[in-house]
Each structure stands twice: as structure tokens, then as C-alpha cells.
Design a protein around this ligand. Structure first.
Ligand SMILES: [Zn+2]
Length: 215
């Protein structure tokens, strides 16, 4: 029990746990991530930053077994907190509400990829084709890694994140629409892009169950 004669240490502790951990913020705590307490605004911005980082890793080098656990923990924490804030927040404006729902959706997509996307080192010859207005290009190249939902592909052209391109298999001529999800920063002579198929099951024709078991 706290001693009522020495209220300082108690109030000091409470102050520490009730205020956002960001320097110079001072807003009331809305949620915590990895043991760090954040106000609503900083919770949202931290979630966005982390989701972007994981997306870059996932579509680029790939999430390894070592960081899968921390990603799962993050998904769990941020989904639960975003959901709580969204339900409890009577003073939420529409923009904050939309951001929280976007966080929940993005986290669940990240989780879906963790569960269902084994990747396989595979060199498959493809042609990339961009029909961007004023900057259309084509490139014959090859994949570095493939997954059920996309691939990591060598690409010399300056593909932009979010841009849609076509991926055409050199062997079968099959064509699929894909979104550029990630690009290694330019200035590297072995540039790769991560692409995600917009709507396609098993473009690579691989037995993903067997790939998963072989991991
Ligand atoms: Zn804050």
C-alpha cells in the first residue's frame, strides 16, 4: 500500500506511466507497443512506421524465422490496441478512425503473409512491362525469389513503389498484373524490386504445400 505521507513517489510514478513516451509530447497514454507507452497520435504514427518497415523487409529480403516472432507480437499488440482505441474513442475524428482501421487491415494482411507465404529461391525468366503514361518500359529479366503472392525480381528500370506492371513468363507467355511493393534504393547495380500479384493464384505453378514442408 502506498504511504499517504509520501505521495511524491506515487504521483511521480503515475506521471511517468500516464504520459506518452515520446520526447516533448506529454499527451495521455492511449496504448503501448513493445512496452513503450504512446498517446493516440504517436501510437498511430509508430504503427505506420513499423508496418512500412516490415512491408519493406517482407517484400525485399523476406522475414526470417528470427524476426517472425517479433512481427507476430507486433501484429497482435497493434491490432488489439487499435481496435480498443477505435471502439472507446468517442472523441475520434473520421481521419483518426480511418487510420486505425487501416492499421488493423494492414496488420492482418501482414499476418496473412506470415502464415501463408513460403518463398523459394528460383530463377524464372520473365519480362516486366510498364505502361506508365509518358514512361513506358519493358525489360527481360529473371526472378531471384518467388512466393505464392509475388516475387523479388532483378530490374534495372526505375519502377516506383505502388506502380502496377505486368509480369510475363518467358516460358509460357502467361501474363499477370502486379504491384511494385518495394524497391531497393537506387545506386545499387544489382537492383531488385518486390512485386505482388494483384489477383492471381499460383502464377508460378509451384506446389506451395511441398515448398512449405521443405522449409
Ligand atoms: Zn505522444
Amino acid at each position: 500500500m502506498p504511504n499517504p505521507d509520501v505521495p511524491y513517489s506515487l504521483s511521480h510514478n503515475m506521471t511517468r506511466t500516464e504520459k506518452c513516451s515520446r520526447a516533448n509530447c506529454g499527451q495521455a497514454v492511449a496504448a503501448s507497443l513493445d512496452g513503450e507507452a504512446f498517446c493516440r497520435e504517436h501510437f498511430i504514427s509508430t504503427c505506420y512506421t513499423r508496418l512500412d518497415q516490415y512491408e519493406e523487409i517482407r517484400t525485399g529480403p523476406g522475414l526470417s524465422a528470427t524476426n517472425t516472432d517479433s512481427v507476430r507480437r507486433f501484429i497482435h499488440e497493434c491490432t488489439r490496441s487499435a481496435d480498443e482505441i477505435e471502439h472507446a474513442g468517442l472523441d475520434l475524428d473520421n481521419l483518426d478512425r480511418a487510420k486505425l482501421l487501416h492499421i488493423i487491415l494492414s496488420a492482418s494482411e501482414l499476418g496473412r503473409h506470415l502464415r501463408r507465404s513460403p518463398r523459394k529461391v528460383a530463377t524464372i525468366a520473365v519480362r516486366l512491362s510498364s505502361e506508365r503514361l509518358g514512361g513506358a518500359w519493358e525489360e527481360d529479366t529473371e526472378t531471384v525469389l518467388v512466393s505464392r503472392y509475388g516475387a523479388l525480381v532483378r530490374c534495372k528500370h526505375p519502377a516506383k513503389s505502388g506502380e502496377t506492371i505486368h509480369v510475363i513468363r518467358a516460358d509460357t507467355g502467361e501474363k499477370v498484373l502486379a504491384r511494385v511493393a518495394w524497391q531497393r534504393p537506387s545506386g545499387n547495380d544489382d537492383t531488385r524490386i518486390g512485386v505482388e500479384f494483384v489477383a492471381c493464384e499460383n502464377f508460378w505453378g509451384l506446389d506451395w504445400g511441398a515448398v512449405e514442408e521443405a522449409r
